[in-house]
Design a protein around this ligand. Sequence first.
Ligand code: ATP
Ligand code: MG
Length: 316
Amino acid sequence: MGEKLIEVKNLKKYFSSGIFRKSYVKAVDGVSFEIRKGETFALVGESGCGKSTVGRCTLRLVEPTSGEVYFKGIDILGLNRELRDLRRKMQIIFQDADGSLNPRMRILELLVEPLRVHGLLNGRGMAEALRLLELVNLTPDLLGRYPHELSGGQRQRVGIARAITLNPEFIVADEPAASLDLSVQAQMLDLMKRLQGEFGMGYLFISHNVNIVRLMAERIAVMYLGKFVEVGDTRKIFNGAAHPYTQALLSAVPTTDPSARQNRIVLEGEIPSPINPPSGCRFHPRCPEAKAVCSEVEPALQDTGSGHLVACHFAS
Ligand SMILES: Nc1ncnc2c1ncn2[C@@H]1O[C@H](COP(=O)(O)OP(=O)(O)OP(=O)(O)O)[C@@H](O)[C@H]1O
Ligand SMILES: [Mg+2]
């Protein structure tokens, strides 16, 4: 196993809710994880469970309410001015490159902007832009265009190129291909894997799509209402999910296998509000296997063996 790149301990992010005074959206409520060099660790879960907030807090783009975040052993929540330098080493790729690329900048300017911001341009802008274009399989004729003059897939490649301009060691990829059609999505994921193979960065990969997570990540964390309910090796979890929520999530994956379709677990009810999460196990109101204890006692996230963590009183 590679060296430890990211370590997050008991991270919490409560947003104060504007409408109900003194109430908080518990977007992330105590998660811990590690990512090693060259590893892809994925967060998966339904919309609103807190995946993006974990990603943003890990880069300190959003200030956590409490917890610890270390990048190669450096406590990034304790940094002030030094954080700017460290930012070079930690980047983010967004779902929607449209929203993250300045529409008034040409592709050339967009590609070299990160170098300029960090005072690293030194007259090598064009050479650098050409190197980046080649890395992400784009042609030099795009350099003079504006973002709206590119296809969605091309824009996403520009977003990826910008993220790697400063040779980062860690990248948060927040639903990096979700807005693209399937074939372009596959190309984008291949590209991310190839760049990881070449440069060895660690990825925190965020997706609600379990099929994509299965392809991309060595380890995954399944999130429900701001908490991890199951963490472990991707293969192990896909071969035998232990938490009822993970089982339901995996059983909902579209399949052509008729027996799998019969075994589909349909979750009852809506996702509860993160402002006032259910007592005990947060999943109990929707859990097909809930017993009395589940509404009273919160199950701890426990190691069931070789790093497979599960938070359930009755994990199978
Ligand atoms: N700036 C904010 N202010 C208040 N609440 C927020 C803010 N950002 C996120 N939230 C809330 O925190 C919770 C988690 O949001 P988050 O964006 O992390 O979820 P997500 O898992 O990434 O969802 P999706 O799959 O839809 O992207 C949600 O209830 C959301 O409404
Ligand atoms: Mg999100």
